[in-house]
Design a protein around this ligand. Sequence first.
Ligand SMILES: C[S@@+](CC[C@H](N)C(=O)[O-])C[C@H]1O[C@@H](n2cnc3c(N)ncnc32)[C@H](O)[C@@H]1O
Length: 182
Amino acid sequence: MTDIQRAARFYYLLRLSFGSRVDRHNFGLQRQRKPRINLIRLEEDLSDIHLRLCNVTIENLPYDNIITRYDSPDTFFYLDPPYWDCEKFYGPGIFNKDDFIKLQALLKAIHGKFIMSINDVPEIRNIYKDFIITEVFTRYSISKEHNKNITELLISNYNLPQINLGTKNNEIFENNLGTGFC
Ligand SMILES: C[S@@+](CC[C@H](N)C(=O)[O-])C[C@H]1O[C@@H](n2cnc3c(N)ncnc32)[C@H](O)[C@@H]1O
């Protein structure tokens, strides 16, 4: 298979599979929605993606390497690690429970600012208790079965500006900050 053929297959799976999973994929079907791929619009879609990413550098490195390499007083990190108890979701041996402790120590030492989004469990609250922890009320909306109100945490090393972070059990408001589950 050529790189172009591989890229085409990757794009196809990414757009059509449930939760954009390219491994262990299932067809993501929603009765009321059109398929998420339209070959006639492919050029425009790729052009939009190109324009969005043309000033972006994409790295494929372990988080500790990225944080150390990019940290400075002017750096802002947004971290979206695997959820607690979902560490294996992205493959075995990539991220373990110990990494939450290692990440905490790294973040303690940075010169920049960070926000991390994560699920609300006592273990995370305990490990990150030295930082500012803000609750966000949101909904898992990736599938009908998992569509439920939940609390997520935003962990940061600075005071977050006052924004609408959702209302517990509010069916209407969705801030879409967290759509992951495992
Ligand atoms: C919750 S997902 C982030 C999803 C992402 N924010 C998005 O919207 O697509 C967690 C990500 O952490 C990555 N990851 C897991 N272990 C990692 C590690 N040791 N270093 C860097 N990234 C890691 C996974 O591959 C996955 O993409």
